[in-house]
Design a protein around this ligand. Structure first.
Ligand SMILES: Nc1ncnc2c1ncn2[C@@H]1O[C@H](COP(=O)(O)OP(=O)(O)OP(=O)(O)O)[C@@H](O)[C@H]1O
Ligand SMILES: [Mg+2]
Length: 350
């Protein structure tokens, strides 16, 4: 097990700055998720930790040792690549077995661990096939099995579940969570799926354009987003973000009129989560017409429109009303709302 420290690391591809100077400490045994949109530098960060990508500046330390000049094979890391990285000429069994062979584990032990791991990722019956004879999701599971077949100092996982169907993704998520509990190996996990990040992580690093914009527990990322970007990125459906202005202690937008504690100001974005709103009667602070109803199973998503303002609320599963009917929403008791500067995205409240 090991702590990973990134100290002022930077990555340039030619003149393009993919990751500007940043520092991050991943604690011993921690499950850290790098979350962010496509192209924000998640894979680049992982590859720098693995030693597959040189760093342009800074230091990388693993278990207190500076590893800048250490080749990947000497860093005791197991990695799942975004594009699988399987050996095409080897069978599934040989692919999974390979890291054990490299480390001279004896044959009987290898056979046992390969079978065990293959069963965990539901590949037990495909051991004699080659990667070219597998579906994308099956290949991804081979890559995952090859990483978890032994216990390294660090796991690096780059979207290891992205090609699995929804049901298997949830099963594998639980499998990974259990594995982490059993082994306690320091893990850096990349995803752009905020649900995966929230459910797996001890801490989430939300990235944007190469920078970490917030590093926090899932709970705090959800309840106390650092800025407009994080607020809009976390949560499903995402937070309602409504353009308006503050006048005389009230947030005003088309169809909305709510008390807020902020001095007068234009170009304000008001944020409230769908789960913090409820359908109500009479003179509510949010009014418009019903635009869409979506039944999700456990609840119904109610979208209301008033001019340019669109607001989504999570209502009861049995809620029904005709589209275009008047729609009244109110914040639930204890609901949290957020205020942002529209230009900079900075929080204006609390
Ligand atoms: N070898 C390379 N040469 C030049 N630019 C690169 C190279 N690899 C990545 N980049 C650029 O660096 C930035 C970060 O890429 P990276 O692959 O780390 O993103 P990512 O967050 O993993 O995205 P995704 O979610 O799509 O996998 C992107 O703008 C990308 O175009
Ligand atoms: Mg990537």
């Amino acid at each position: 097990m090991a702590e990973v420290r990134l100290v002022d690391i930077e990555k340039k591809y030619g003149s393009f700055l993919a990751v500007p100077q940043q520092s991050l400490t991943i604690e011993d045994g921690e499950f850290l998720v790098l979350l962010g949109p496509s192209g924000c530098g998640k894979t680049t960060t992982m590859r720098m930790i693995a030693g597959l990508e040189d760093i342009t500046a800074g230091d990388i330390q693993i278990a207190g040792e500076r590893v800048n000049d250490k080749p990947p094979k000497d860093r005791d890391i197991a990695m799942v690549f975004q594009n699988y990285g399987l050996y095409p000429h080897m069978t599934v069994r040989q692919n999974i077995e390979y890291p054990l062979k490299l480390r001279k584990v004896n044959k009987a032990e290898r056979a046992r661990r390969v079978q065990d791991t293959a069963d965990k990722v539901e590949l037990g019956t495909l051991l004699d096939r080659r990667p070219s004879e597998l579906s994308g999701g099956q290949r991804q599971r081979v890559a995952l099995a090859r990483a978890i077949v032994r216990t390294p100092k660090i796991f690096l996982m780059d979207e290891p579940l992205s090609n699995l169907d929804a049901k298997l993704r949830v099963t594998m998520r639980a499998e990974l969570k259990h594995l982490h509990h059993e082994l306690g190996v320091t893990t850096v996990y990349v995803t752009h799926d905020q649900m995966e990040a929230m459910t797996l992580a001890d801490r989430v690093a939300v990235m944007r354009e190469g920078r970490i914009v917030q590093l926090d527990t899932p709970k705090r990322i959800y309840s106390d987003p650092a800025d407009l970007f994080v607020a809009g990125f976390i949560g499903s459906p995402s937070m309602n973000l409504i353009d308006g202005a503050v006048q005389d202690g009230r947030f005003i937008a088309e169809g909305m009129d709510l008390p807020v504690s902020l001095p007068d100001r234009d170009e304000v974005v008001f944020g409230i989560r769908p789960e913090d709103l409820e359908l109500a009667d009479g003179d509510t602070p949010i009014k418009g017409r019903l635009y869409a109803l979506e039944l999700t199973g456990e609840s119904t998503l109610v979208t209301m429109r008033a001019g340019k303002t669109s607001v989504c609320a999570r209502g009861h599963a049995d809620f029904e009303a005709p589209i275009n009917a008047p729609c009244h929403l109110a914040p639930k008791t204890g609901a949290r709302f957020y205020l942002f500067d529209r230009a900079t995205g900075q929080r204006l409240d609390g």
